[in-house]
Design a protein around this ligand. Structure first.
Ligand code: TXA
Ligand code: MG
Length: 315
């Protein structure tokens, strides 16, 4: 696999590889995505194979703008308002497909809906414009493991399963997009993410919770996910013997190899940016487990706590 700086030539080449059905990893403002032509069944299937992703977990389709999105899905007033407010950005909308939607049925796991997002990262945007096709892009990690926030993470974990990675530096947000299902009468928050619940609710009113509806839940919301190798112990005020510690706020311990602080200033955006990379760091140590400091439940804290809860889950 090659890691390329996103020059004009590299973007052209990446766009060509996508159009030819190959896999290209690229940066978005949330996490790195593993891209493929969303209209090609073979290309989409190779994404599932490269990640070891179960076929019932559908993918997000990425497009350059709202116009391109409208060729794939039906936008009602709510959908249009949300798209106009937050695209490009870390919001994914689940919408009914249009008739003869060109997206591969494998990408949507055979559902009548399609998840769509317009990313903000300039490299993602340029790539989508150059490719001129809708691009599926799950996070560029083996299924179930931590999401990648640098090109190096992708290279280490996917290796030759992807031919090239565009290097856009570390991701700004560090958490995946917020997924909102607009296919029913009430909007439902399927996955908390980089755009907070409160920000979205200002535009579309209160969001239902996936657990509280009778609609099928987001098939990808597997309880154990984002999982490091080491067990996690949440809401810990400090490490026990043998544990590494992931802190938040004024440091409880001096610096060491077994210690990371998501944000000494207790800043949630900074914590989000650091979460996956710091979990990876501590996961590589000789510790027996990773203890994690309590985090606020508000704002980005909702998504941070969601990821940690899934990472901590043991069957
Ligand atoms: O920030 C992001 O969204 C990143 C970057 C690369 O854009 N992508 C990402 O993709 O997180 P992935 O595949 O790791 O997560 C997709 C989520 C899953 O929870 C999946 O179940 C849900 O979106 N999803 C996709 N299509 C759906 C659909 N038709 N109905 C309900 N949920 C859907
Ligand atoms: Mg993922």
């Amino acid at each position: 696999m090659e890691i390329l700086q996103p020059t004009a030539a590299a973007l052209e080449r990446a766009a060509r590889e996508l159009r030819q059905g190959r896999l290209v990893a690229f940066p978005t403002e949330t996490v790195y995505g593993l891209g493929a032509d969303a209209t090609s069944d073979a290309a989409v299937r190779s994404v599932f194979a490269a990640k070891g992703r179960p076929p019932f977990n559908p993918l997000i389709v990425h497009v350059a703008d709202l116009r391109a999105a409208m060729a794939l899905a039906q936008f009602d007033d709510r959908a249009r308002r949300l798209a106009e407010s937050f695209w490009p950005g870390p919001l994914t909308l689940v919408l009914p497909k249009v008739a003869r939607c060109p997206v591969s049925a494998s990408a949507t796991a055979g559902l009548p809906t399609v998840a769509i997002r317009v990313p903000k990262h300039p490299v993602a945007k340029s790539l989508l414009v150059a490719a001129g096709i809708p691009v599926v892009a799950p996070s560029a990690n083996p299924s179930g493991l931590l999401s990648p926030t640098t090109a190096q993470h992708v290279a280490t974990e996917l290796g030759d399963r992807v031919s090239l990675v565009l290097d856009g530096g570390p991701c700004d947000l560090g958490l995946e997009s917020t997924v909102v299902d607009l296919s029913g009468p009430k909007p439902v928050l399927l996955r908390p993410g980089g755009l907070t619940r409160r920000t979205i609710e200002r535009i579309c009113g209160s969001l239902g919770d996936a657990e509280a509806t009778d609609r099928p839940r987001s098939p990808g919301l597997l309880l154990r996910h984002y999982a490091p190798k080491l067990p996690l112990r949440l809401d810990a005020d400090g490490p026990e013997a043998g544990e590494a510690y992931l802190d938040f706020g004024p440091p409880r311990l001096p610096p060491s190899a077994l210690y990371r602080n998501l944000s000494p200033a207790a800043d949630l955006p900074e914590a989000a940016r650091n979460l996956f990379a710091m979990l990876r760091d501590l996961d590589r140590t000789e510790a027996a487990a990773i203890a994690v400091a309590p985090l606020p439940a508000e704002g980005l804290g909702e998504a941070l706590r969601d990821r940690l809860r899934r990472a901590a889950h043991r069957d």
